[in-house]
Ligand binder design. Structure first.
Ligand code: KIV
Ligand code: ZN
Length: 546
């Protein structure tokens, strides 16, 4: 359930009352003391590498179509630079990079290349705007992996940058494992590529081995030696990638490399949603990101990559704006900033109040209010007791169950008035899905047939036709309980009534056939809506709601 606290207005507090500035973010004022003295850029560029470093997440392989969908979503989100892939890697990857580069996106499209002409030629074939050239420079990489000298490394870097500039590309350069590279040598590489016109220099913390203050100091030292715009690319091996990215910006970086949901090699990269929100909240730095789209893009990336977002993930996790504990819910309902450091809507999320063993009266009451249900003091006490008992048994109490318990307490869980007598649904290839229902509504038999986009849609339409066209489907939720083609599914249906928009009802059913299970859940919701309607109309004694 989403809640709207009474104090959602931009500024609150009447005369003498305290005021809340309308930034939608409420972090500690103490941060200001720390950061005020530091010169910070007004705006930071975001390079998203979900499609390159993100795709290096173990077991992730995206199709070209899916990559294009993600690129379009990142473009809409406002990402400045999309690292679309590593074209030399495979024909498929080259094709995907080209599709993205020629899709007419507003974002700059970039391809990853080693410091090699063949790699840069593959990027040129992909029609990208820019190349991100990388070459390892740390001792261990030079000696054990590349087996080349420092001089050879500089020569390779210079040749690659020169070649890409000669071909009209924007060139960003990364000394891979920069944070474990001797700083004097790093300066030497940077100076050499600056001489041949490199456009941006990235500082990768390839194996996530920095701390935020070290990153600040490291970037400060590099900043002092070059005028070229700097980027940071931080990995999360110690869970410090976002903090290190912020540290890098504090040291003078103008661009941050990120991935959606923090996907990436090993423990992943700095998460776009966290970096963007933290830059804004703590440093007051703007990005081009439309933060209201963060939750949507996060879900899309999760669906297409198959990598679930952990529930307690900052900003986009399911629990990021969920509240269960009674004290918290009480606070949230009177002023959201008591327990939320930012408003959920600014990142495209909704607040939810979860029923559990820590729930109190306020949570339960606010939940019931949404369904137009009011319980007296004793009934509420009983309901909270049962909610806690249910939750203590380890089960998750959803709206449908809460609703059923509330109805039981209210004595309104009566014998069903609407019964299903017959039901058929047909579907197939080149065939319009059709369903027919015969309902017995308090002794009156009604029959209706409808078509739909699928058998469930047709069935729900037929039931609506038989009962009342004023009924509207507010929510349909389907969950697989077990795996396999004979899996058990759980369907939850939320219905409303256009004649009385304040009425809502829920029905839930479990079964092995999603069509009949959906029909059963609808019958339950219809019966509850019937009772709601009678009592809302003050006609508890009447028999007919429709
Ligand atoms: O982590 C890293 O060093 C990289 C390079 C390709 C920049 O991803
Ligand atoms: Zn990386």
């Amino acid at each position: 359930m989403s809640t709207q606290s009474p104090s959602e207005s931009p500024e609150q507090g009447g005369e003498g009352g305290f005021k809340i500035p309308d930034t939608g973010v409420f972090v500690s004022e103490y941060n200001k003391k720390i950061f005020e003295a530091t010169r910070m850029p007004e705006r930071v560029k975001i390079l998203d590498t979900t499609l390159r470093d993100g795709e290096q997440t173990p077991n992730v392989a995206l199709s070209t179509d899916d990559k294009l969908k993600i690129a379009q979503a990142l473009d809409e989100l406002g990402v400045d630079i999309i690292e679309a892939g590593f074209p030399i890697n495979s024909e498929g990857e080259a094709e995907a990079v080209k599709r993205i580069a020629t899709a007419g996106l507003k974002s700059e499209v970039c391809a990853l290349c080693r410091a090699s002409k063949t790699d840069i030629d593959a990027a040129i074939g992909g029609e990208v705007d820019s190349v991100h050239i990388f070459l390892a420079t740390s001792k261990v990489h030079l000696e054990k992996k590349l087996k080349i000298s420092k001089e050879e490394a500089i020569d390779k870097a210079v040749t690659a940058v020169q070649y890409s500039k000669d071909h009209g590309l924007t060139a960003e350069f990364s000394c891979e494992d920069a944070t474990r590279t001797d700083l004097d040598f790093l300066h030497e590489v940077h100076r050499s590529i600056e001489d041949v016109g490199v456009d941006r220099i990235d500082i990768p913390d390839t194996v996530g081995v920095m701390t935020p203050p070290a990153m600040t100091q490291f970037v400060t030292e590099i900043r002092a030696k070059t005028k070229v715009p700097l980027a940071v690319h931080c990995h999360d091996d110690f869970g410090l990638s976002v903090a290190n990215s912020l540290g890098g910006v504090r040291g003078g970086a103008d661009e941050v490399h990120v991935t959606m949901n923090g996907l990436g090699e090993r423990a992943g990269n700095a998460a776009l949603e966290e970096v963007v929100m933290a830059l804004q909240a703590f440093y007051g730095i703007k990005t081009n990101i439309n933060t209201r789209k963060l939750a949507f893009v996060s879900r899309l990336v999760s669906q297409l990559t198959g990598i679930a977002v952990q529930p307690n993930k900052a900003i986009v996790g399911e629990n990021a704006f969920s509240h269960e504990a009674g004290i918290h819910v009480h606070g949230i309902l009177s002023e959201s900033s008591t327990y939320e450091p930012m408003r959920p809507e600014i990142v495209g999320k909704e607040r939810s109040i979860v029923m559990g063993k820590h729930s109190g009266h306020h949570a339960v009451e606010s939940r019931l209010r949404e369904y137009g249900l009011t319980l007296d003091k004793d009934q509420m006490k009983e309901l909270v007791k049962r909610v806690k008992k249910y939750a203590e048994s380890g089960k998750k109490l959803d709206d449908a169950e809460l609703f059923a318990v509330a109805y039981d307490i209210l004595g309104q869980e009566t014998e069903p008035v609407i019964r299903l007598e017959e039901f058929t649904a047909f579907t197939g290839l080149n065939f319009t899905p059709t369903a027919t229902v015969v309902l017995n509504i308090d002794g009156e038999v009604r029959r209706a047939s409808e078509t739909g986009v699928g058998p469930i849609d047709a069935s729900l339409s037929a039931m609506r036709s038989a009962v009342s066209k004023t009924i509207v489907l507010k929510q349909y939720r389907l969950e697989a309980i077990t795996g396999g083609s004979n899996a058990l599914c759980e369907v939850t249906i939320k219905l409303g009534d256009n004649e009385n928009p304040s009425l809502l009802s829920l029905g839930k059913s479990v079964g092995s056939d999603i069509v009949t299970t959906s029909v059963d859940a609808t019958i339950e919701a219809l019966n509850r809506l019937w009772v709601c309607k009678l009592s809302a109309n003050g006609k508890k004694e009447a028999r007919k709601a429709y």
